[in-house]
Design a protein around this ligand. Structure first.
Ligand SMILES: C[S@@+](CC[C@H](N)C(=O)[O-])C[C@H]1O[C@@H](n2cnc3c(N)ncnc32)[C@H](O)[C@@H]1O
Length: 237
């Protein structure tokens, strides 16, 4: 349980809708939101503040949408931490995932709070967005496809858009090996096959974003976990 009461309340509120999607979905939501520092950091750092049209590529069961929805409700209810920037309250929140079960859980839990598309981020139309979030997804697609996705994300963003991207840093030693091991074990358990992953050092990810015109910064994003994850924030100047 988070020591920060505001975060603990958000975790409860964001997980609650998943009761509608079954026990697995609810437990998974609580476990992931409790253990993953990225969700609280996105709000605490105001990384999506002001975003009105958010696209979550590789959305899984829609946790980001649930999280942002809980944040907007908390703000309207007057229970938002005074020292945090305002949360976004997007008019449009779209998630895309290639896994039909994840999309079904997102739809069952969140209904009209988001639009959840069953599709491959390499092929679906992105439409316009002012924020694009890609958390722990790009290493599942090959290097050329990663670059194509980033080019299309850049094109989809408006003039002052933001791109949030979490990656494992391929130069980070044991933490990196552990994160890829977990991905491989999950794939083996779920799909009964060995997974090829396409990872890069953070400096290479940043160079790619810079080439596309983003100003980047990187925030370490694995506190409380044994991994070596980094949240890259790309802004269009
Ligand atoms: C580690 S999970 C992260 C889920 C979510 N971003 C989060 O942080 O909770 C990776 C997700 O990417 C999805 N994914 C992998 N390759 C994809 C692709 N080519 N198109 C769409 N989704 C993909 C998987 O189905 C999975 O739900």
């Amino acid at each position: 349980m988070s020591a920060d009461p505001a975060v603990a309340a958000l975790i409860e509120a964001a997980s609650a809708p998943y009761r509608r999607a079954g026990r697995f979905a609810w437990h998974f939501a609580r476990g992931k939101l409790r253990g993953d520092p990225a969700f609280a950091a996105i709000l605490r750092e105001g990384l999506l503040t002001g975003s009105t049209c958010v696209l979550d590529l590789g959305c899984g069961q829609g946790l980001l949408a649930a999280w942002l929805q809980a944040a907007a409700v908390a703000r309207r209810a007057g229970s938002w931490p005074r020292d945090w920037p305002p949360p976004p309250d997007p008019a449009r929140l779209t998630g895309v995932d290639v896994n039909a079960s994840e999309v079904a859980r997102a739809r069952a839990a969140l209904g009209a709070a988001g639009q959840f598309v069953h599709g491959d981020i390499r092929h679906v139309d992105y439409g316009p967005a002012d924020a694009i979030v890609i958390l722990d997804v790009l290493h599942f697609i090959d290097y050329a496809a990663q670059e194509a996705v980033l080019r299309r994300a850049r094109a989809a963003l408006g003039a002052h858009g933001v791109l949030l991207m979490r990656v494992a840093d391929a130069e980070a030693g044991l933490g990196f090996l552990l994160s890829t091991l977990v991905d491989r074990l999950v794939a083996l358990a779920r799909r009964r096959r060995l997974l090829k992953l396409f990872c890069r050092p953070v400096r290479e990810w940043r160079a790619l974003l810079t080439q596309l015109g983003f100003e980047t910064r990187s925030l370490p994003m694995s506190a409380g976990t044994p991994f070596a994850n980094v949240l890259l924030v790309g802004r269009l100047p």
